[in-house]
Structures are given as C-alpha cells and as structure tokens.
Write a protein that binds this ligand. Structure first.
Ligand SMILES: *[C@@H]1O[C@H](CO)[C@@H](O)[C@H](O)[C@H]1NC(C)=O
Ligand SMILES: *[C@@H]1O[C@H](CO)[C@@H](O)[C@H](O)[C@H]1NC(C)=O
Ligand SMILES: *[C@@H]1O[C@H](CO)[C@@H](O)[C@H](O)[C@H]1NC(C)=O
Ligand SMILES: *[C@@H]1O[C@H](CO)[C@@H](O)[C@H](O)[C@H]1NC(C)=O
Ligand SMILES: *[C@@H]1O[C@H](CO)[C@@H](O)[C@H](O)[C@H]1NC(C)=O
Ligand SMILES: *[C@@H]1O[C@H](CO)[C@@H](O)[C@H](O)[C@H]1NC(C)=O
Length: 510
C-alpha cells in the first residue's frame, strides 16, 4: 500500500471511530404525555395545573418530538419488551408481568444487546426491562457490565399510595431514583477523559421509577402544584355505550392500604372521593417534576463531560395513565389515555432545532430509529413468523420524519390489551387512525396459535376524536357510523403491516 493509501485507510478508520455516536436511553415509568412540551391538542386532559417539566421540555426542544406515539400494550412488561425487541406482543408473546420473551417468543436481539454486539459498552440501571422473572433479572445478555439497582430504604413500600417526604429526611436514605441518577453520573464518568472506558462508545440506559405508584417525592416538589391549582377530571364517568370488557377495576391502586380503606369497588361509573382524587393528582404531578429534575441532572453531566454533541438521547414513558378521567385509574386499558405516551429522540446535528411531528408513530419504531441514527447495520422487517430470527423489526425508522415531519406516513397505530370475559380469554385490539380510535374485543387463543378469533366478539368501541377527544361517547353501535365501522374493522383485521406506506423504501421484507 502506498503512502496515500495508508492515509486514506487511516482517515477511514478515524472517521469510523469518530462517527460512533453514544446513546443515552431514558425510560420513565407510568409517565403520561402531560408535559409542557405536549401542551395543546395532545395533552391528555384539558384540566390541569401548569406542569413543571423544564428539563424534559428542554430535551424536547432539540429532539424529534413524537406527539402521537402509541405503546403496543398499556402495561409495563409487555410494553417494554415490545419496545426493547422492536416486536409486537403477538410476536414476543408477552402479555403479562411474569413471562420472559426469550422463553415464549424467541431469542430476540434487544436494543442494548445490538449496541453491545456493535462494539458499544452497554450499561443499565433502574427499571429498563420489567424486573424479576419477566426479564430473567434484567436480561443479562443485554448488558456489558453488571446491571445496577438502587437500595430501597422503605419510602417506596406498598402501604401508602403517595407521600411527600421532607427533603432533609432523604439525606441519608435517598429515594431510589436519586440513586439511579447518581449511578448514571458515575457511569458517564467512566467514559470521560481519564476514565477506564475513555474512547469506547456507550449505550447507557437510565430507568426512573416515578411517577409510578407509590407517588413518593421530596416534599419541596409540592411547591409547583399549589392545592388550589389542581382540578378534578372533567369526565369522571365511563363512555356511554362502553362495553364492560373495556373496563379495568384499577386493583393496582386499590391495593394500597390508604386507598383500600376507602372501600372503592373499582366498578364502572364509580370512582374515588373528590379529596382523594385531588391528592392523587397533585402527588402524581409532583412525582413527575421530581423525575424531571433528575433527567436534568443527567443531561447537565452529559454536557459537563463534553458528550452533548456526539450522544443520541432517547426518552420515553412506558405507557399512559388514567388520572381519574372516566373514573378510571392506572393503565390496563385500550383508551387513548393509556396507549398514548411521551417519546422523543435527540440526534445531534439532525434535530438540534427541534422537530415536532403529529404523525402516528409506535413504540416498536424506536429500535430501527436508534440503529439508523447511530449508523449501525439496518435491520430487516420481520416476516410473519419471526420466532427463529434473532434480529428483525416490526417498526419503521422515524428518521424520515426529521426531514419531512408531514410526509406520507403510517395511517394507523396498533395496540392491544388482554382480558378474561365470561371465563373466555379475550384480546382487545385497538387502532388509532388520524381521527378515530377503533377497538374490537374478541376471543383469543394463546399458545401455540396466538391468534384472535375475529368472529367471537365481546364488545366494539369507536371514538370520534374529531368531535369527542376525551372518548366519552362510544359510537360503534350508532347506525350513522355503520359504514365507517365496517371500514375500520377491515383495517384493524388487516393489521400493522397494511398500515405502513408502501413507498417507504426501507420496507423490504426479509
Ligand atoms: C441467544 O442469542 C445469544 C446471542 O446471539 C446467544 O449467545 C445465545 O446462545 C442464544 N441462546 C439460545 C438459547 O439460543
Ligand atoms: C356511565 O355514565 C355515563 C354518563 O352518565 C353513561 O352515559 C353511561 O351509560 C354509564 N355507563 C354504565 C355502564 O352505566
Ligand atoms: C369500609 O368498610 C369497612 C368494613 O365494612 C368499614 O368499617 C369502613 O367504615 C368503610 N370505610 C368507608 C370510608 O366507608
Ligand atoms: C456543541 O454544539 C454546540 C452548538 O453547535 C456548541 O455551541 C458547543 O460548543 C458544542 N460543544 C462541544 C463540547 O463541542
Ligand atoms: C413459528 O415457527 C416456529 C418454528 O418453525 C414454530 O414452532 C411455531 O409454532 C410458529 N409459530 C406460529 C404462531 O405459527
Ligand atoms: C357473557 O355472559 C353474560 C351473562 O351470561 C351474557 O349476558 C353476555 O351476552 C355474554 N357475553 C358474550 C360476549 O358472550
């Protein structure tokens, strides 16, 4: 090789190394898109105090902000498993908080695992996968260095659904999320100048627990939500004509001793006492702002170490949350409030001025997006049965939205939620189109088929977001919507593959 050749080769190598962008991957538990950066038509409820989320808003201002992103199933492990494998619940076969995708779905490559396999050091802390059996204890294959969990000093115990802890009592016994943020700072330092991993690209996943129940937070965060600023939800009743199967009796909240004492039945068109609702809302917002402050700390440190211009930052909440709207609480439903969640991606040099899109996007889209942003080998689209294929995707990279946030895109986003009705296994399949939410609750068979029986129907819902953004009127049984209902039913049964725009170049099947 001549001198010029050597130079070219060296430049290429240097470029390849330099081109490696780090990834900082935030996950937040039970965070609905009630953040100032979502203000407007995308807020979950019209009644809210001004939300204090300056750090997440600051990240949004330099990100591709996905104002209409939908989770694939509105509960922790199924949603996270789907996002982290880039495949939907009917492929991962994870619909609960117990089973592990590598046992039931296949030996699928996860986001952190793919970065690890591409020369990154992947490090995880807090809640990324659902802990315990659902992930064989944080999916060890995914991480290069031992996974970090914080110490629980008793603040997060099951007894009270919320607590404002005097700040000085937290000095010696910090909340778990505080410890997780500190671990993130420690981990970043390992990649900084003089650190043991200097020069190696990182994938650091930071999973915060709040605003999940119990809503525990430093008392000082109550200051952002004076008592009289917090209001009752505008629609404390179930949608008219709602089939019973759509309802969740929010046992997760009622299990806390302070709530249990109130004897709430969890039944349709009942809810909690007003004083309790106001307290819970205030505590949820305070816990949200507490998490926001920790996101800010980590982002600040990223800048201090000089990583801000070569680090991709993704941010998502694992699903929405019902905060008393419909008289409903927690997630566990197919309503807009449960399936719509916050997601954003900052890509240095591409999104610095902030791009807002109202396109319908899905949580399975994040995996191929990060892969494209980091310029790793792209992933093929999964075939119908991908149980034997380690690396493939059921989502679409969102990068084209950066250039054209209004271009032709998916015309529906798909989610699902399982139930038991009349001692029969039921799956609620739901679809958000630009204007409508359409849901069918049908008989479902689990292993080995994992298939709906579209002909055995337990309930249908159709909400017209054009005239009813709160989903208060189910018009599925209204004869004026009969023709539309048939169209939407055909589209729902055709599923997510039929909703991908055909001209999308990357849609080549494996
Ligand atoms: C799963 O995939 C990983 C990574 O390719 C591999 O190391 C492991 O042996 C596989 N496990 C099984 C049970 O096939
Ligand atoms: C719940 O209340 C709403 C509003 O009053 C009503 O339209 C709906 O029919 C009720 N649902 C049930 C199941 O009682
Ligand atoms: C809840 O039920 C218990 C047992 O029946 C009763 O003692 C208590 O007064 C009830 N509490 C409320 C708030 O109704
Ligand atoms: C990052 O980019 C911004 C904007 O281009 C610039 O002001 C800043 O100095 C850069 N930081 C580093 C560490 O290069
Ligand atoms: C998918 O393929 C695997 C391996 O060929 C097979 O065992 C499994 O039953 C198939 N799954 C479905 C749902 O058809
Ligand atoms: C479920 O059972 C109830 C009570 O027996 C019955 O009224 C209802 O029609 C059943 N629903 C379905 C979808 O079979």
């Amino acid at each position: 090789m001549d001198f010029k050749g050597i130079l070219t080769c060296m430049c290429f190598l240097l470029g390849a190394v330099r081109g490696r962008k780090n990834v900082l991957f935030f996950a937040v538990d039970d965070l609905r898109p009630e953040l100032t950066c979502y203000e407007g038509q995308d807020f979950p409820s019209q009644v809210h105090p001004p939300i204090h989320s300056p750090n997440i808003d600051k990240l949004a201002a330099k990100s591709l902000l996905l104002k209409r992103a939908y989770v694939q199933q509105a509960v922790c492990s199924p949603s996270r498993t789907s996002l982290l494998t880039g495949r939907r619940p009917d492929t991962t076969h994870i619909y609960d908080l117990v089973h592990y995708f590598r046992d039931l779905g296949g030996n699928f490559t996860t986001i952190p695992q793919y970065f690890k396999e591409n020369g990154y050091i992947s490090a995880g802390m807090g809640k990324i996968f659902h802990p315990g059996s659902a992930s064989n204890h944080d999916d060890p294959i995914s991480w290069s260095i031992p996974y970090y969990h914080a110490t629980e000093y008793g603040w997060e115990s099951k007894k009270k659904s919320w607590a404002a802890i005097p700040d000085d009592e937290l000095k010696d016994k910090p909340l778990v999320d505080y410890q997780i943020a500190k671990q993130a700072l420690k981990t970043l330092k390992m990649f900084a100048k003089g650190g043991p991993h200097e020069g190696t690209p990182f994938f650091i996943a930071v999973g915060f627990h709040r605003p999940h129940l119990p809503f525990v937070f430093p008392e000082s965060f109550l200051q952002y939500y004076p008592k009289n600023s917090v209001k009752l939800p505008p629609n404390p009743y179930a949608p008219s004509q709602m089939p019973d199967v759509a309802w969740s009796s929010y046992g997760e909240l009622r299990a806390y001793a302070d709530q249990n004492r109130l004897n709430a039945s969890g039944g349709i068109n009942t809810t909690l006492p007003d004083t309790d609702i106001l307290e819970l809302r205030r505590a949820y917002y305070s816990a949200l702002s507490w998490t926001d402050s920790l996101v800010g700390q980590v982002m600040e440190e990223l800048k201090t170490y000089g990583f801000e211009n070569d680090t991709i930052v993704s941010f998502w909440g694992d699903h929405g949350w019902q905060l008393g709207e419909h008289g409903e609480w927690c997630k566990h439903t197919n309503f807009e409030l449960a399936t719509h969640a916050p997601m954003m991606v900052h890509i240095p040099g591409m999104t610095d001025n902030g791009i807002v899109t109202e396109q319908l996007t899905e949580y399975v889209d994040l995996f191929p997006t990060l892969v494209e942003a980091a310029e790793l080998e792209p992933m093929p689209l999964c075939p119908e049965n991908s149980s034997e294929i380690e690396l493939c995707r059921e989502g679409t990279s969102l990068i084209p939205l950066i250039k054209n946030p209004k271009g032709l895109w998916k015309d529906a986003a798909f989610s699902q939620y399982p139930r038991t009705a009349n001692r029969t296994k039921v799956m609620g399949y739901t679809m958000r189109t630009n204007r409508y939410r359409y849901t069918e609750w049908v008989k479902f068979s689990y292993a080995p088929k994992y298939k709906p029986d579209w002909d055995t129907v337990f309930g249908v819902e159709l909400y017209d977001h054009g005239s009813d953004p709160e989903e208060n009127r189910n018009v599925a049984y209204d004869s004026t919507y009969a023709a539309l209902r048939i169209d939407l039913s055909v589209k729902l049964h055709a599923g997510w593959r039929a909703a991908i725009p055909p001209q999308n170049e990357q849609m080549k099947v494996l």
